[in-house]
Ligand binder design. Structure first.
Ligand code: GLN
Length: 299
């Protein structure tokens, strides 16, 4: 298995020259494009890794599936989806254009900020603790530099949040909500942690190693569905056709992917395409899917 992953990583490494490291959050721009990694955990808890498995990066938009999970578990689907939609959208993740009152889905920033506003009253530490449990790693922490970097340079996210406040879809304090959002995006981990988190979703909410029940069945089901529908932004349809695995990307270059009942996968490669998705990461998932017959639409 490890040989297979190394071979896939080597293939992806050939794409190192493609794409750009995100620089609109200045602190992300220091990352080295040739540092890539791949980790796979099965639902029995066996972890296989290849590449720079210790290289850390921030969750960024991958955090959106975790906050959505918490909101669903706390408020239920009827309430959550009265505030945010479930349809894909052919616009960038930081769009201000696509919605009236209800953002299209919880994977674009607007929808994610509505979700953050639902959770802002429970502390950020509660969220961090939950991420540690999902990853089976108590050492996961906030990357203070990335958090400060985004907070001090983002004008688009405050514009979205204040607009949602004006529309009365954010009812909490806007600055507190933004603070929570920047922090959730700045949680730092590595591909092994991503594979662990993804494996919990693959295993219907139970951590394969610690056996702790962390997500109820229905919430896990909904989150996986929305990963398939809009987890890769306006490339979601194309990605699902190529790879056939529900996945969520972040502008740090990480992608978390879930093969229900089989595997949790984490990939990392900081060179991004124009949609903000990791080019090498998507390639690794494509190769892995065809090598190991992981397409959820085949059997
Ligand atoms: N923190 C980033 C932002 O709001 C997350 C975006 C992403 O990963 N696509 O711009």
């Amino acid at each position: 298995m490890r040989e297979k992953l190394i071979e896939i990583l080597n293939q992806a490494q050939k794409m190192e020259y493609l794409g750009n490291v995100a620089s609109y959050i200045p602190e992300l721009s220091h990352k080295n494009k040739n540092r890539m990694a791949l980790a796979l955990m099965d639902t029995k808890g066996n972890l296989t890794v290849a590449g720079e498995a210790k290289e850390s990066f921030t969750l960024q938009s991958m955090s959106k599936i975790i906050t959505l999970t918490r909101a669903l578990m706390r408020y239920g689907e009827d309430f959550v989806f009265s505030r945010v939609g479930v349809e894909s959208v052919d616009l960038p993740f930081n769009t201000l254009k696509s919605f009236t009152i209800k953002p299209n889905n919880p994977m674009i920033n607007a929808g994610a900020m509505v979700i953050s506003s639902l959770l802002v009253k429970e502390s950020f530490e509660t969220l961090l603790d939950y991420v540690c449990k999902l990853a089976g790693n108590p050492t996961i922490h906030l990357n203070e530099a990335v958090y400060k970097s985004e907070k001090s340079t983002s004008y688009r996210n405050p514009a979205i949040a204040y607009y949602l406040k004006d529309l009365k879809n954010i009812t909490t304090d806007v600055e507190e909500t933004l603070e929570y959002y920047y922090r959730q995006c700045s949680i730092e981990l590595n591909v092994c942690d991503l594979a662990n988190i993804a494996a919990v979703y693959a295993n219907n909410g139970i951590h394969p190693v610690t056996k702790e029940p962390l997500i109820d069945l229905r919430s896990a089901e909904i989150v996986k569905t929305l990963m398939a529908v809009c987890g890769m932004y306006d490339e979601s349809g194309n990605f699902l056709m190529r790879v056939g695995i529900p996945a969520k990307s972040g502008v740090s270059g990480g992608i978390l992917a879930v093969v229900p009942g089989r595997y949790g996968i984490g990939v990392y490669g900081p060179g991004l395409d124009e949609n903000g998705n990791s080019i090498a990461g998507a390639k690794m998932l494509e190769l892995l899917s065809s090598e190991m017959k992981l397409n959820i639409f085949s059997y």
